[in-house]
Design a protein. Structure first.
Length: 109
């Protein structure tokens, strides 16, 4: 029967070697110098920074998409307002002139 502690240590060592073999790609938004420094980081930090950067890029894209959708809604709302304003300006607004015989008379504009 094998010792569970030794098995755990062996698995941890195997995982360390797998991580050491796998190098993450430096984040795209980083400068050339930062990318070179990234390659010299321990594999665990490379994985950490790469994941954080992917998350940041995802959130930036989401925010940009939200902004674009909001701008589209704004443009549509402004067009609707302009259409309603033109309709109001083009319509003849009638005002009551004076009351004669108990009936209001509508004056033509």
């Amino acid at each position: 029967m094998t010792n569970p502690v030794i098995e755990a240590l062996m698995m941890a060592r195997a995982n360390e070697r797998l991580v050491a073999l796998k190098h993450e790609e430096a984040p795209r938004s980083w400068s050339k110098e930062a990318k070179l420094a990234f390659l010299h980081l321990p594999p665990e930090l490379q994985v950490y920074y790469a994941a954080r950067e992917k998350n940041r890029e995802r959130e930036v894209r989401r925010a940009q998409n939200d902004r674009a959708k909001a701008l589209q809604k704004l443009v549509l709302a402004e067009a609707e307002i302009a259409k309603l304003e033109a309709k109001l300006d083009g319509a003849a607004i009638q005002k009551p002139a004076e009351v004669t015989d108990g009936n209001p008379q509508i004056a033509a504009a």
